[in-house]
Design a protein around this ligand. Structure first.
Ligand SMILES: [Ca+2]
Length: 578
């Protein structure tokens, strides 16, 4: 993953000091004068001398300042980093990863939170302190199984390419490795052998790092953040929901993009996805394109606009029947699917039922949807090949070019549920590990529909699902949101939470318009009481000024963008309706 670290010049610290933040009104007014006229934020400088103040961050944070049983935090380094310029890479694992946003000079604080179990790894964190602070913070969520330090310097999830990163807007930004570092050659799930490391990954690390970051803010600027935001995608989206559910007092605004909500279900259905494509059931590139094109033939024009976008993926899933692609008896080849391949796609589209209730009474993981099946597999990644089928049929143990679902799912069964790295997942049955499955589900699944405490404290939540996501099923997020509505009532839910769905977009934001300034949307809602309305998602060029090539209205579930006439790349040509 690219970041700005290789582009910035670090200024070594030559002295230490105990100076506290100077927040003189004159300096704040001077800085505030640079902001917009309508609502100038009061910017707080990082001390009269930022180098001195940055160096002062080096002192430890005691365990009692952390709201969970914990060791204390120590600061490894506090470094004033020079400003860095915008850069765009030719390729990257995700669209947003190609953009390295411009950053102003800032104070980079690296540290670690000591574990309770001496065998557990520390929780590493990075807190970036702007030289002119807007009084708020943004904590970044992780991805996959984490295990790498998130530097919180990138675009936020779904962020527009043409907008500044939060740090450049004056936010403190916060990232963590969630309490383990994945070592080269080691399975990404191996860390879970240690219970404290696993609990950190599940929820505790994000809470502990949040509490440390508040102490650092107070130390640096003389006051705690007025508003705290959490923005995460995928695993990071799960972390955001987990914060709203477990620590409802801690964040004011949370954005969960493509969240891995029912984590236990997803790991089981991902393992199933690999098993379903072993042997002759595996789909190669020709078969993937066959399914993709058949979906487009069935559904593209049927939504009103033949624009290579399936705008109504729910209706399309109901209309599409993969059995129509089955080879007639006695034939085979790239123009049709063999019966095993047809069954594999049917399995992929169908739900998975746990043999007993998981956390919060959830026992079903919904099947995947349709559209975007043949999206390019790597850089940016999407479609069946990246997540499901890979570039070769699944093997045991998984090979690097197998689908990520198999890599993640079979590894999770082995390392986390069966707790045997060599376990043969072909004979796995959840019933045989029922206690452990329930234990993991209680830790990991962010399926608690009771967000009343988060609502009562004024918290705001936005969930965004991409409907061509093959890493996790967008229908899991839809199911979760409907469970919140069922619990709290649709009217109450609408006062503090929204679910949006964007058609044609893959897990990482490619394939269709996906970009939106959700930090701006959230802060308008949290700080000015302006609920989200008339949102749009953009597809943008990968070069400054990042011109918009296509836009769509971003519709609240269960609406989707209906074509009403005009150029199909303009949002004004569509309207949200059921
Ligand atoms: Ca269409």
């Amino acid at each position: 993953m690219r970041n700005g670290a290789d582009k910035v010049k670090s200024l070594p610290l030559t002295f230490r000091t105990t100076a506290t933040a100077a927040t003189t009104a004159a300096a704040a007014a001077l800085l505030a004068g640079c902001a917009s006229v309508s609502a100038p934020p009061l910017l707080t400088p990082l001390g009269a001398d930022p180098a001195v103040e940055c160096a002062a961050q080096i002192s430890p944070v005691p365990a009692f300042a952390i709201g969970l049983p914990s060791g204390g935090a120590s600061i490894d380094s506090a470094t004033l980093v020079a400003a860095s310029a915008l850069a765009v890479a030719d390729r990257g694992p995700t669209p947003a990863s190609r953009i390295t946003p411009a950053l102003p000079a800032f104070c980079k604080v690296l540290g670690r939170i000591a574990p309770i179990d001496p065998k557990a790894p520390p929780i590493l964190f990075q807190v970036n302190l702007p030289l002119a602070w807007n009084g708020r913070s943004v904590q970044y969520g992780g991805g996959g199984f984490n295990g790498v330090l998130n530097n919180a310097l990138t675009l936020v999830p779904a962020g527009r390419f043409d907008q500044p990163a939060p740090l450049a807007q004056g936010y403190i930004t916060v990232g963590t490795d969630s309490g383990h570092q994945t070592k080269p050659g080691e399975a990404p799930q191996a860390f879970a052998a240690n219970d404290e490391a696993f609990a950190n990954f599940a929820h505790a690390a994000y809470k502990k790092v949040r509490d440390v970051s508040v102490v650092l803010a107070k130390r640096a600027y003389g006051r705690v953040p007025e508003k705290l935001y959490f923005m995460g995608s995928s695993e990071g989206g799960r972390e955001g929901l987990t914060m709203a559910q477990r620590y409802p007092a801690d964040f004011d605004g949370i954005f969960s993009r493509v969240p891995v909500i029912n984590w236990t279900g997803l790991m089981h259905v991902s393992n199933r996805a690999g098993l379903a494509t072993m042997g002759e059931a595996w789909l190669g590139q020709a078969q993937v394109e066959l399914v993709h094109n058949a979906v487009l033939t069935t559904c593209d024009a049927a939504d009103g606009s033949a624009d290579n976008l399936v705008a109504n993926p729910v209706g399309c899933k109901a209309a599409f029947d993969v059995r129509n692609l089955q080879c007639v008896a006695g034939t085979s080849g790239d123009h049709c699917l063999n019966p095993a391949q047809v069954r594999a796609v049917q399995t992929h589209h169908s739900h998975w039922d746990a043999p007993f209730p998981l956390a919060n009474g959830v026992s079903r993981y919904p099947g995947w949807g349709v559209s975007g099946e043949a999206a390019a597999p790597f850089g940016p990644s999407g479609g069946y090949r990246a997540w499901w089928t890979g570039l070769s049929a699944p093997t045991l143990p998984a090979k690097p070019d197998n689908g990520i679902a198999w890599f993640f799912g079979s590894g999770a069964i082995q390392h986390i549920f069966a707790r045997d790295p060599n376990f043969d997942v072909r004979r796995y049955r959840p019933e045989d590990f029922a206690d452990r499955v329930r234990q993991v589900s209680a830790l990991m699944d962010s399926t608690n529909p009771d967000l009343s405490a988060f609502h009562a404290r004024g918290g705001k939540l936005v969930v965004l699902e991409y409907m061509a996501d093959y890493a996790q099923s967008p229908y899991a997020g839809i199911g979760y949101f409907e469970s919140v509505q069922a619990r709290l009532g649709a009217e109450t839910t609408a006062r503090f939470a929204r679910l949006y769905t964007a058609p044609g977009v893959d897990h990482v934001g490619g394939g269709a318009p996906a970009n939106i300034d959700m930090l701006g949307v959230l802060s308008d809602w949290v700080e000015r009481g302006q609920a989200p309305a008339k949102l749009q998602v953009l597809e943008q060029e990968f070069k400054p000024p990042f011109a918009t090539t296509r836009a769509l209205p971003l519709c609240e579930w269960p609406q989707w963008p209906h074509y009403k006439g005009g150029a199909p790349n303009l949002a004004s040509s569509f309207e949200c309706a059921r």
